[in-house]
Design a protein around this ligand. Sequence first.
Ligand code: PEP
Length: 236
Amino acid sequence: MIIAANFKTNHTRASTKAYLDDLSAFIESDGAGENRVMIFPPYTALDSFDLPSSVTIGVQNGYPAIKGSFTGEIGLEQLDEFSISTILIGHSERRHILGESQELIAQKFDFFKEKGFEIVYCIGEPKEVREEGIESVMRYNLSQLEGIDTNYEKLIIAYEPVWAIGTGLTATNEQIDETLSRLKEVVDVPLLYGGSVKPANTKEILSIKNCDGVLVGTASWDVESFKEMLSIAKGC
Ligand code: PEP
């Protein structure tokens, strides 16, 4: 299983270091078993960390350029300095709050694919689309894969319904099961679920047939809560 933590705009450089120290000690005492752990801290916390081999540090975003004049953005040269080779692309907050188009998202995907990055690519429908039923949900989610090479061997897809992100609302097990099964028919890559995953629902979500892990926002920011989810995943 992959258990991933998206810090979003939370944690400082100092608190990220303290979090990772605590997490590493937990993993070294076999707290996470065979599971793979991914942490996506803010850019300002990037560093060269000494971590157990099951932990990967990735970034929440990146600009599709090695370097250049892209004010406020971070390119490959800055990521290489910290040996970053894992990236989140297409997160709904970047699509809906930052206004990223599918065209820009596909450009980022192509760039980081060409550089050999592992890509956690996010898709997910808004509430009104979910209310129209599964065929609309699939049409919407598949449209977010336009221009994306779904045969890329380092691709992981995170299905994160927009209405379930940061809202405390989780998709039902049936909705997750059906959507992941339908996705698996078209994309044969690891599939994560994201959207208000927390210790109380981790076990049932991880036991869904095509679910290869979870992408966790809010409930990952507290290291105790994240460690609890890792312990639960260890038993799954
Ligand atoms: C996310 O940001 O990817 C996410 C799933 O957030 P939350 O767990 O807070 O819903």
